[in-house]
Design a protein. Structure first.
Length: 145
């Protein structure tokens, strides 16, 4: 069992390297900002507190990241649509365009990489990746990481 776990650790490291490299090219968005934008794109405007909860990061870290994203024109502060006094972060038009472009490039790259894989293998890989990430979240919650 240990050998397989060590293989997974190595493959995860390689995958991480590829993912980071995708966001380092001139057309990319910093990975941490891309993650923020992805969550906001999927869930709608979010406060620092909400982002802190979902990412399990210190609010000061998120404050720095959102400040950069606002300065770059990707995010803006908006009133809470539910009427709360808290300000939330939403994608700007530029942010949405850039996010969609980067995601399209990323998906296109993956389509090329997986082009010769049978559909069943791609679907299984996606399901296993989802399961793996869910297990990571459960682990983080149990260890309060």
């Amino acid at each position: 069992m240990q050998r397989r776990i060590a293989d997974i650790e190595y493959e995860q490291m390689l995958l991480s390297r590829f993912t980071v490299a995708q966001h380092r090219n001139g057309d990319g968005i910093d990975r941490s900002i891309y993650l923020l934008m992805s969550r906001i794109d999927g869930q709608g405007p979010m406060s620092i507190g909400e982002l802190s909860t979902v990412f399990r990061l210190d609010p000061s870290t998120l404050q720095r990241q959102t400040t950069v994203a606002v300065r770059e024109g990707f995010l803006e502060r908006v009133l809470d649509p539910t009427g709360s006094v808290a300000r939330k972060f939403a994608l700007t038009a530029l942010g949405k365009t850039r996010f969609d472009d980067v995601r399209e490039h990323s998906v296109s790259s993956l389509e090329s990489i997986l082009a010769d894989w049978p559909d069943e293998d791609v679907n299984t890989f996606g399901e296993l990746m989802h399961r793996f990430n869910a297990s990571i979240e459960e682990y983080r919650e149990s260890k309060d990481i």
